[in-house]
Design a protein around this ligand. Structure first.
Ligand SMILES: *[C@@H]1O[C@H](CO)[C@@H](O)[C@H](O)[C@H]1NC(C)=O
Ligand SMILES: *[C@@H]1O[C@H](CO)[C@@H](O)[C@H](O)[C@H]1NC(C)=O
Length: 366
């Protein structure tokens, strides 16, 4: 059989589309029906890689536990800084920030100790407030309940905050329905001792815990675990290691980095739920990941108070203006841990007025 070079070339050429198809099919196909588009996924990966690389450079980015050992390095880091560790406030929202005047009061006079970042669903009508919230909107993507888009949004906020300011040490996720229960100063001192001893956070970052709820005794835990299909989470996440907790947390930089560097658990949690009734990925991803990676470095409780009494359709009690009183604020602060709650949710936008009335004399007086 004589095959001319021409025929050979022709047959190769003809099989090229087929080859290309098989080459790209596996990469394209798995993303096809995912809640997060391939494009968003790739954008996120690039962002997370940049944040991860920025953190690893010696140019003053806070320490990981491995690089915190040498004494001169500690001093070099300390000397390179002229700022105290900051708290990055990550506002995750799909509507206006109704409580911005209250937060404005909360932040007032502490500009060297915090940063603000906002992720607002671009399909929502969000009017960025002025003042401390001005120009704090990060590149945001669509978010939806019962989908991993809320996890992706929180990770985006963490990555942007890591990239933006190496002094960001704690990362507090809050929503538009959250309000402060204490003054900024009270919160800062509770976390760092005081503004002088706060420098210790750069020297011994490992001494600081993340405040995130991690529970294993939710009644519907198995249904939530199997929401994507019975064995889908295996082998990365065995049921015994699956956890639940509030979506609202305060993570240390160590843990924030761990979250944006994770690919293993995300590969499972980003899959769509078959059972939408049991689909709350954001309440499982963070507690499961941190409980699997560093359970001792976490408080296992949240600092954001929520009232689940009489909850409906997965929503907690929504406070109305007539419920607001000094007594309510004092009650909401009380916790079973040795920390008082710093924040509470959820409040209707109309609660702003009664809250502002008691802001100076109750909420920020502590
Ligand atoms: C929690 O919500 C219930 C109504 O669902 C209300 O009766 C109760 O007072 C609330 N508890 C607190 C501490 O606000
Ligand atoms: C809180 O209590 C735990 C144990 O009960 C203790 O180990 C921890 O140091 C306490 N934290 C603070 C800030 O007092």
């Amino acid at each position: 059989m004589s095959t001319s070079p021409f025929v050979l070339a022709l047959s190769l050429l003809l099989s090229l589309p087929l080859l290309l198809f098989f080459f790209f099919f596996p990469t394209i196909y798995p993303h096809k029906n995912l809640p997060l588009s391939l494009r968003d996924e790739l954008d996120d990966r690039a962002l997370f890689r940049r944040a991860s690389a920025a953190r690893a450079t010696p140019s003053g980015h806070a320490a990981t536990s491995s690089s915190s050992r040498s004494f001169p390095a500690k001093f070099a880091r300390l000397g390179a800084r002229n700022s105290r560790p900051k708290i990055a406030f990550l506002f995750l929202t799909n509507s206006d920030l109704s409580f911005s005047p209250l937060w404005e009061k909360f932040f007032s006079g502490h500009s060297r100790f915090y940063n603000i970042y906002i992720h607002a669903d671009p399909s929502s009508k969000f009017a960025p407030p002025d003042g401390v919230f001005r120009k704090r909107l990060i590149p945001s993507k669509k978010t939806e309940r019962a989908s991993p888009t809320l996890i992706a949004a929180a990770r985006r906020l963490l990555a942007d905050a890591i990239l933006d300011d190496p002094a960001n040490f704690y990362f507090a996720l809050v929503s538009q329905h959250c309000v402060p229960l204490h003054s900024f100063r009270y919160m800062y001192d509770a976390l760092f001792g005081n503004s002088i001893s706060a420098f210790n956070a750069y020297i011994n970052p490992g001494e600081y815990k993340s405040y995130i709820e991690i529970l294993s005794d939710e009644p519907n835990l198995y249904e939530r675990y199997a929401a994507r299909g019975e064995h889908v989470m295996l082998p990365e996440v065995p049921f015994e290691q699956f956890r639940v907790g509030s979506q609202f947390f305060m993570l240390t930089k160590r843990h924030a980095s761990l979250v944006i560097e994770d690919e293993k658990l995300w590969s499972k949690f980003r899959l769509p739920c078959l059972d939408k009734e049991c689909c709350y990925p954001e309440e499982h991803y963070f507690p499961t990941l941190l409980s699997m990676s560093d359970p001792k470095g976490c408080s296992h409780y949240t600092l954001t108070r929520v009232n689940w009494t009489g909850s409906f359709d997965g929503h907690p009690h929504l406070y109305q203006p007539e419920e607001i009183s000094p007594a309510l604020v004092r009650e909401l602060r009380q916790s079973e841990s040795n920390y008082s709650y710093f924040f509470a949710r959820k409040f209707t936008p109309e609660c702003l007025e009664p809250l502002m009335k008691i802001a100076d004399n109750v909420i920020f007086k502590d």
